[in-house]
Design a protein around this ligand. Sequence first.
Ligand code: FES
Length: 147
Amino acid sequence: MTRKEFLEQTAAVAVMGLGASTLAGMLTSCTSVRYVSGTESANAVSVPLAEFAEAAFVVVRKGGKLPAPVYCCKHVDGTFSALVMKCTHKGCEVRPAGDLLICPCHGSEFSNTGKVLSPPALENLQAFRTSADATSVMIHLQEEGVQ
Ligand code: FES
């Protein structure tokens, strides 16, 4: 996140009157977002498992077969979520903030499994099925509904 992007988001949050916890989450997220480039194969994008050694989540940059950045999160049970970072309200790019994804445009909030928690968005984030082996997390490029 650039300084300009940070200031724009912070101002947007203040104008919208969102809570201090949301603002605190955004401040925390500024220093903790780890961006990676995935490796594409026929129907998947892989991310080295080592990327999660010191991070609960990474953001896989858009490009190639990914139409938008993908938030890839490791859960405590060892499973992974892979969520398209495109708000289901009007399409703005959502931002990681702690365990949440927050839309800077109108304030919708989503869980780290993609469930919508706060409107105006009414639908969950698009999610991809994931799998993992000893070295990689695979993001399978077929849509999956969030449970
Ligand atoms: S575009 Fe995300 S809340 Fe409106």
